[in-house]
Each structure stands twice: as C-alpha cells, then as structure tokens.
Design a protein around this ligand. Structure first.
Ligand SMILES: NC(=O)c1ccc[n+]([C@@H]2O[C@H](COP(=O)([O-])OP(=O)(O)OC[C@H]3O[C@@H](n4cnc5c(N)ncnc54)[C@H](O)[C@@H]3O)[C@@H](O)[C@H]2O)c1
Length: 358
C-alpha cells in the first residue's frame, strides 16, 4: 500500500468507483476532473448546472464519467442511483451553499442540506462495497462566537443564518449516522470535512466575491462591495479538494480511527479582508478596474471564523500549498484565458497537475 504522506495518490484512485454528489457545481466539477485524471470510475448525481456559463459544461466534465441529473430530496432516486453504481468511495457535496439565498429560501436550504444528507447516507447504507464516506459541510457549521481563536473539530455546532445552521444540522446527522449505522467492522467509515471560502477559476455562482469581481471587471464596471473589511479564510479550490481526497483515501485504508470531523483551512496568510483581495485583483486585471462601497442595508453576515487544522496536519499530514496571492494570480490568468477562448478542460487539468506535483 502506498504511503501518501498527506498527498493525493493517483495509484489509489485509479479504478476506484467514486460516487459524487454535487458534481455539476463549482467544487464538484473540479473534483470530477481531478478524479477522472487519476483514472477513477466516477458517477455524479446532482441537479442541472444553475448558471450560464458553468464549469461543468465549459470543461466537458460529463465526457469521462457517468452522470445523473437528480435531486437528493428524492429518497428513492438517490438510493437507486447509488446502489446500482455500487461505489467504493462516496463524496457528498450537493447542497444549497449560499448564505443570502438561504434567507430567501430557508425551507429549500434545510430540506436539501439536512434531509438530503439523510437520504444520501441512507442510500450509502445499502452499498455493500462502500468503505469510505466524506460528507462536505463548511467552516460555518460551528457556533460562531466571534472570538479570535481558531475553531477545533470538537467545538459545538451552530449557525446564525439558515445556511450555516443547516450545515451544523448536517454535521449532527452525520455524527448520529456514524454512531448508529457506520460503526461496525463491515460498515463504511464516515467522516465530515469543513473548509472555508473557496476560490478558483470557473466559479460563476451569484453573490460570491470572486465571481462578482470578475463579472464587473468584464463589463468594465466598478465592483460594488458590501463589507470591504470582512476578513475570511480564503483558499484555492484545489486545497480543500486535496483534503477530501487524502481523507477519503486514508479513511478507506485505515477505517474508523479516522472517522469524525476534519478542518481544511488555508495557510495563515489566506485570512485577509475583502479590500486586500480587491486591491490585488484590481492591480492584476489592469484596464481601469475599480471597486466601490455598497450602501444598501444587507442581512447579517457572521464575523471572522478561523479553522484550526492541526488535526489534518498531524494525522493526515495534509497541508495547504498555495498562498492567497498565488491563488488570485491563478484565478485572473484562468479567467483571462477563458475570455480569450482557451480550452477550459485543458486549463483545469494543467492546474490540477501543477498542484499535484508540488
Ligand atoms: N464554495 C465555497 O466557498 C464553499 C465553502 C465551504 C463549503 N462549501 C460546500 O461545498 C459544497 C459544494 O459547493 P459549491 O461551491 O461547489 O456549490 P455549487 O452551488 O457550485 O454546487 C452545488 C452542487 O449541489 C447540487 N445540488 C444543489 N441542490 C441539490 C439537490 N437538491 N439535489 C441534488 N443536487 C443538488 C448542485 O446541482 C451542484 O452540483 C457544498 O456542500 C458547500 O456547502 C462550499
């Protein structure tokens, strides 16, 4: 067996059968490409992509995998889809992931993120070959005490807004399923992964900082910003994805000793205020790019929450690799090449390979 020392091991993933929910989304499209590039046999289950453009379509993600358009709120369909595929590994990322939308659609947010997770885990119970499950939540699952210390995995769950609270609930569901059903020698091992704000090329979601900035740059308009002084833990999309892959592999190999919650945050220099990011991106984009303050009354957004990633560093030997500055440069380059008509799939695979080799 290959000793991975916290790195993603292509030899492990080659020919593994991986069931991935949320594959049509931003992180899911990147993860699908990464798994495909390592020779995994991947099946995705998600709703249709909900933005135009979107990375799933632009990068031709469906070309090298099985894909099913379905809703995780449909218990029978997700069960049928997963059991027929019969996976070795399950990565559950499908979610309603937007804080502001969760204020407008709390019921959809809870049914998708909480009941949807129950359905996914119920389906997983029926899969005889399944050995490792990673359920993706967020750093926002913690009860945010607005303090200066980093949050460890044993901190209480919470959440002020419906999105954060739904992910705290999904964590509680995962924990109960681990103790009730995924607790025997023959059952799969179940972990959850908590990461912070993810950035990267190919994100066109509404109401996220980087897509909003690039959209305004493209139109030669000033970027309108709600909270320029908000500090967040920003990380390139490949960072948490590498964490999920390393966790799933080690969970598969070592079993229940690694079951539980895991934080995957950025390097310390990844925690920067929004205005720092804007200034860097404005300077790199050039062409008269600029930003200004939004004076509208906006809903509550939680303050800074920092993750303590000592557990992943010590037990998985996982470490983030790219600085925030490097990540922003990669995003601007990615987006400018996209606008010039570059091959999107090729761009993503090159970025994955360069991450992988470091
Ligand atoms: N992007 C971030 O900054 C960030 C940060 C922390 C955690 N996360 C988590 O990572 C995961 C992926 O986020 P993303 O940024 O790629 O979001 P995204 O909106 O780009 O993708 C969400 C995916 O979930 C699928 N989905 C949504 N509702 C569904 C339903 N009812 N049934 C089936 N599929 C459904 C969508 O079709 C899509 O494939 C989510 O669980 C999110 O909460 C994201």
């Amino acid at each position: 067996m290959e000793v991975t020392k916290g790195k993603v091991a292509a030899s492990f993933w080659s020919d593994k059968r991986v069931f991935l929910t949320g594959h049509t989304g931003f992180k899911g499209a990147w993860l699908s490409l990464w798994l495909q590039s390592m020779g995994a046999v991947v099946k995705g289950y998600s709703l249709e992509p909900n933005t135009t453009p979107n990375l799933f379509t632009e990068a031709g993600v469906a070309e090298n995998m099985e894909t099913e358009i379905g809703d995780i709120r449909n218990e029978a369909q997700i069960a049928e889809s997963m059991t027929v595929f019969n996976p070795d590994v399950l990565i559950h990322m499908a979610a309603q992931p937007l804080v502001r939308l969760s204020y407008q659609e709390p019921v959809n947010t809870y049914t998708t993120n909480v009941i949807g997770t129950v359905h996914v885990l119920e389906a997983a119970r029926k899969c005889p070959n399944l050995k490792a499950i990673v359920s993706v939540t967020t750093d926002k699952c913690y009860e945010n005490k607005e303090w200066d210390w980093a949050y460890r995995e044993n901190e209480p769950m919470g959440g002020h807004d419906p999105y954060s609270s739904s992910k705290g609930c999904a964590e509680l569901v995962t924990s109960a399923y681990r103790r009730s059903f995924f607790n025997t020698e023959n059952s799969a091992s179940l972990a959850s992964a908590r990461a912070g704000n993810v950035i990267g090329g190919g994100d066109w979601a509404d109401d996220r900082l980087i897509p909003d900035i690039l959209n305004a740059f493209e139109k030669s308009e000033p970027v309108v910003i709600r909270n320029p002084l908000s500090t967040r833990p920003w990380q390139h999309v490949l960072e948490p994805l590498s964490g999920y892959l390393v966790l799933a592999q080690q969970l598969y190999e070592k079993g229940d000793e690694l079951a539980g919650g895991w934080n995957f945050g950025p390097k310390d220099d990844g925690c920067k205020p929004v205005n720092w990011i804007l200034d860097k991106m404005v300077a790199q984009w050039g062409n008269g790019a600029s930003w200004e303050l939004d004076k509208a009354n906006n809903p509550h957004e939680a303050g800074f929450l920092k993750l303590d990633c000592s557990k992943a560093a010590n037990k998985l030997k996982w470490q983030p690799k790219w600085s925030l500055e490097e990540s922003l440069e990669l995003i601007i380059n990615w987006h400018q090449k996209f606008l010039k008509g570059a091959d999107v799939r090729d761009q993503c695979i090159k970025e994955i390979n360069s991450y992988y080799k470091q």
